[in-house]
Design a protein around this ligand. Structure first.
Ligand code: NDP
Length: 242
């Protein structure tokens, strides 16, 4: 069965949405290339027909090597899911600029690296799919999110602009914009005040989505025929207001 299925590359597959997405594609017999820094977490998934690589997504050389190696085994990447991220929240009048730079590297430069790694061969083939995971925070603003929201607005902009540029090449580009999801996200942020506020917000809406809810949306978008491009999916808990 697997020989007929294309290679799916997933960044940030060691936890949360990336992990649930990797499991879902694997259950459906797709070979996968899983990328993250915590290799032990990737390997613990123990997926069939899967390669795990310890790659920091800001390192385009390591990324390209990992993709080449997986393609030697499983043929070309027919879908990349750019999902890795970093969320460092604070008021920018006080936030350490190092936090902006880190977010810009992981949330922005990396997405560009991931797209460029596969676009030339997609153009040659006149087909295939790029899925970028953005956020509701890529469509609207939230308190103390200025630098972070900037990175996610950017993901929306680049995905839509690149989609227009590549449309004549029959390449699909999808933006996934989740609301709050139960993952490791709060472990990124160093401020207890922000963590407490975020937890209270989640409680107010009786809990948030699961990573599997987002994986299902990604799989749905991917599974449409190649001539159907779902450009954006915005998905949040019913009781999430903003
Ligand atoms: P998690 O915090 O659970 O996982 C983040 C993933 O990114 C991990 O696998 C981590 O792997 C990887 N990662 C982070 N930095 C790097 C790096 N430099 N190099 C390689 N991998 C890296 O995240 P979520 O599942 O919550 O988020 C996934 C996506 O969903 C993100 O794009 C996010 O913006 C989006 N999203 C999430 C929301 C939420 O409420 N959870 C809300 C809106 C959007 P490792 O540490 O092993 O390297």
């Amino acid at each position: 069965m697997t020989q007929n299925k294309p290679l799916i590359v997933i960044t940030g597959a060691s936890s949360g949405i990336g992990k649930a997405t990797a499991q879902l594609f694997s259950e459906n017999w797709f070979p996968t290339l899983l990328l993250a820094r915590r290799i032990e977490k990737l390997e613990a998934l123990d997926l069939k027909n899967s390669i795990s690589k310890k790659v920091d997504v800001t390192d385009s050389f390591a990324l390209n090597n990992a993709i080449s190696e997986a393609e030697e085994k499983y043929w070309k990447t027919e879908c990349i899911i750019n999902n890795a991220w970093l969320m460092l929240l604070w008021d920018i009048s006080e936030q350490n600029p190092d936090e902006w730079r880190k977010m810009f590297d992981v949330n922005i430069i990396w997405v560009l690296n991931g797209m460029q790694a596969v676009l030339p061969q997609m153009k040659k083939r006149q087909s295939w799919t790029i899925i970028n995971v953005s956020s509701v925070a890529g469509r609207k603003t939230f308190p103390n999110h200025a630098a972070y929201c900037g990175t996610k607005f950017w993901v929306h902009a680049i995905t839509e602009n690149a989609r227009e540029d590549a449309a004549n090449n029959n390449i699909r580009m999808v933006t996934i914009a989740p609301g709050a999801v139960e993952t490791e996200l709060l472990s990124h942020t160093t401020s207890n005040e922000i963590i407490d506020g975020y937890n209270a917000w989640k409680d107010d809406m009786w809990g948030v989505l699961s990573p599997e809810n987002i994986a299902n949306a990604i799989y749905y978008a991917y599974n449409q025929p190649q001539w159907v491009n779902i450009r954006e999916i915005v998905i949040a808990a019913t009781k999430q207001q903003p």
